[in-house]
Design a protein around this ligand. Structure first.
Ligand code: ADP
Ligand code: SF4
Ligand code: MG
Length: 259
């Protein structure tokens, strides 16, 4: 089974990319898991027809064992959930959920599992999928904007400290100037590669408003094709490597040079 974790700045499009990736994997007839680790618990909504599912932590607290919910094309969806704001460590919940999933729920014939992880910084808690060896490789979502690249670089620093492999950088476009060049240059600066480019398109929000991924809601669209191309690149990726972070100055200098 391929197990990946998706990181990136808040609001950059991690959950949208993650849900569409899982949907595109399921489209191939493969068995896919989506594990949402954001305490907001909103990432699985487009796989569940717009409904939010009870979280792992809520269910366990109530003594209920139903923590996995079947979504689009049989995708297994889990939302870890989180403690109340300011109380407890969200990362601790992720670890408990992962341990239980791997012990009691994952099967030998499962093909793909994706952790959708929040946070600009890989803190001890949110690093658990990678630190504990539950994910084989990480993908970072970014646009060509400075703050998004800055966050991506911080995540790369966290991965480098933990000696964890980065599978590549996913560019989720914000339509900034020379964005593809910018993101692929940044990727090579940190010794990685841009593994996919997702255009910015209104269909993403339109489908989201219907509680669907683009793969489900607009399967013939070029936007759906972009997610499928990313899926193929990730499924066949065999060149993950520990990244080498740069300094914020080096990012700014690169941006001035390109734009
Ligand atoms: P994150 O999980 O990183 O916080 P989300 O996936 O929730 O971010 O995305 C934030 C918003 O951006 C969502 O409402 C989503 O509809 C929108 N969005 C994400 N990717 C795209 C895209 N490629 N084109 C248009 N809108 C997008
Ligand atoms: Fe929050 Fe991360 Fe600290 Fe846990 S380790 S309390 S998730 S910042
Ligand atoms: Mg999200």
């Amino acid at each position: 089974m391929k197990q990946i974790a998706v990181y990136g700045k808040g609001g950059i499009g991690k959950s949208t990319v993650s849900a569409n990736l899982c949907a595109a994997v399921a489209e191939l007839g493969l068995k896919a898991w989506y594990v949402g680790c954001d305490p907001k618990s909103d990432g699985s909504m487009t796989l569940m027809g717009g409904k939010s599912i009870p979280t792992f932590l809520e269910q366990k607290k109530s003594g209920l064992n139903e923590v996995v919910f079947e979504g689009y094309r049989g995708i297994h969806c889990v939302e870890v959930g989180g403690p109340l704001a300011g109380v407890g460590c969200a990362g601790r919940g992720i670890l408990v959920a992962m341990q239980e999933l791997s012990k009691n729920y994952l099967k030998d014939d499962d093909d793909f599992l994706l952790y959708d992880v929040p946070g600009d910084v890989v803190c001890g808690g949110f690093a658990s999928p990678i630190r504990e060896g539950f994910a084989d490789e990480v993908y970072i979502v970014t646009s060509g904007e400075y703050l998004s690249l800055y966050a991506a670089n911080n995540i790369a620093r966290g991965l480098s400290n933990l000696d964890v492999k980065l599978g590549g950088i996913i560019c989720n476009s914000r339509e900034t100037e020379n964005e593809k060049d910018t993101v692929s240059t940044f990727a090579s600066m940190i010794h990685s590669k841009m593994i996919g480019y997702i255009p910015r398109h209104s269909s993403v929000r339109e489908c989201e408003n219907h509680g669907m991924t683009v793969i489900e809601g607009a399967p013939e669209s070029s936007q759906a094709e972009a997610y499928r191309k990313l899926r193929d690149a990730i499924l066949s990726n065999d060149s993950a490597a520990v990244p080498v972070p740069v300094t914020p100055d080096e990012i700014r200098c690169m941006l001035r040079g390109i734009n």
